[in-house]
Design a binder for this molecule. Structure first.
Ligand SMILES: Cc1ncc(COP(=O)(O)O)c(C=O)c1O
Length: 443
């Protein structure tokens, strides 16, 4: 039997004889490659140690010359964990709530088979902020998409009257809903699918932002279609913002064919796009919406599906559940994540700071029309796309940005997404924009 010794905190955290503070970035990478699943390709030669403030990450590595214990570098966080940290790192209101909950209120974990009092607060807060009738708590973002899929199918059979096992869920080309078999069954990304078949049947893909394609599909197969499950703005696809009238047309089409509109707001929700939820910008209301990421305030994984009485009403005991979905600590974090969204006016700040960032992007596009193909965004979900040219490589840009003190990451080859915390300040946006300008200029 192997012996394992674990002690210390932070840099002193030591597993057997391996103390974290002694590891160089190359040694961290070696452990990752030898012991991990190799399912990510993190930026080279940088390891995050801790945060300095709501938008500043600190990388720390052992000093090679021994003069100082560590070399520290600051990075402005231009990604905020793919919109999981909209409230800013270590948001004090949420941290205080967690500490108080664990040390004074003392109810970390009980199962859903017995009621706990914090669930009531969670349901009141989540139905309140989403303006929906009912909410089902989950944990990861992908589970929200998965549950919307299940709910749509069951609603299709029980309410719409689709013949058993014939329901169709429509998804958009270029979508990203996560990594479960259902989510990759909806995906058209070969890397996400390769080797994972057979896939879930009953899925049809339609071009995003193409109302004619959706109309034809609904006309052809509408009787068997239960839902159009879709992101309001496609995030992983590179921040694809549809035409202004797309969502009102989609809503009307769904109503006409008695098809649910199930919006995946995992990335676009919680203030990211300049409204609490992106669909509000387009003046439509979905039948179902999935939230995740910032629903956990950057502290815990918290997700949920909100929906109408009619749709969520198809659930019955035993048909759905999750050990940690809505457990007491998660429920408290979820409630405080919403409190911060409202009280710190995150959506408003996203709108203002987003406009500031987009105006920097527009200037950059005007100055480098041969490099920048398009700039896109709503609120603080933004991206710039470069021309398809080996020299204009998004990964290389991300590496160069690191050297300029900014953490951002490419999506696909030539697009770089910038989506910082919604608490970000004016000067930090200017610094991000300046770093991007300098890097784009230099390539
Ligand atoms: C729109 C959307 N849905 C679902 C997910 C999956 O969330 P998670 O990684 O928490 O499972 C993501 C993650 O990026 C997402 O952007």
């Amino acid at each position: 039997m192997s012996t394992l010794s674990i002690h210390g905190y932070g840099d002193d955290l030591t597993v057997n004889d391996c103390r974290l503070g002694d590891l160089s970035p190359a040694e961290h990478e070696k452990i990752d490659l030898e012991k991990g699943g190799r399912n990510y390709n993190p930026l080279e030669n940088v390891v995050i140690s801790h945060v300095k403030d709501s938008s500043t990450l600190i990388c720390r590595k052992p000093s090679e010359n021994g003069v100082a214990a560590y070399i520290e570098e600051e990075l402005i966080d231009g990604l905020c964990c793919y919109s999981a940290v909209n409230q800013g790192q270590l948001n004090q209101t949420i941290v205080d709530a967690v500490v108080k909950h664990l040390t004074e209120e003392k109810l970390p974990t009980v199962p859903r088979s017995i009621r706990h009092k914090y669930m009531s607060a969670f349901l009141l807060a989540t139905t309140g902020i989403t303006e929906m009738d009912r909410v089902v708590p989950k944990v990861a973002g992908v589970e929200a998409a998965e549950l919307m899929f299940k709910l749509s199918r069951r609603w299709g059979y029980k309410i719409k009257g689709i013949p058993e096992n014939e329901a169709i869920i429509v998804a958009a080309k270029g979508n990203f809903h996560g990594r479960t078999v259902t989510a990759v069954s909806m995906s058209d990304d070969p890397d996400a699918r390769e080797g994972f078949g057979p896939f879930v049947p009953g899925i049809e893909l339609v071009a995003f932002n193409d109302i004619d394609a959706l109309t034809s599909l609904f006309e052809e197969k509408g009787e068997k279609i239960a839902a159009y499950l879709v992101e309001p703005i496609q995030g992983e696809a590179g921040v694809i913002v549809p035409n202004d009238d797309y969502w009102t047309q989609v809503r009307a089409l769904c109503d006409q064919h008695n098809i649910l509109l199930a919006l995946d707001e995992v990335q676009t929700g919680f203030g990211r796009t300049g409204a609490n939820f992106a669909h509000q910008l387009f003046d439509v209301k979905p039948d179902l919406m999935g939230c995740g990421k910032a629903a956990g305030g950057g502290i815990l994984p918290v997700s949920f599906v909100a929906g109408t009485d009619e749709v969520i009403g198809v659930l019955t005991p035993g048909s759905e559940g999750s050990t940690f979905g809505g457990y007491p600590l998660g429920a408290v974090v979820g409630v405080y994540a919403i409190k911060v969204l409202i009280e710190e006016k995150l959506a408003e700040n996203a709108k203002i700071r987003g406009a500031q960032l987009m105006s920097h992007f527009e200037n950059m596009k005007n100055e480098f029309p041969d490099k920048i193909k398009e700039v896109r965004g709503l609120g603080l979900l933004t991206a710039f796309e470069m021309y398809d040219d080996p020299k204009l490589d998004g990964h290389q840009i991300s590496l160069e940005l690191l050297k300029n003190g900014v953490y951002a990451k490419e999506t696909h080859h030539s697009t770089v997404r910038i989506a910082p915390a919604l608490t970000i300040e004016t000067w930090q946006i200017d610094n991000i924009a300046e770093a991007i300008y300098n890097v784009v200029k230099s390539i």
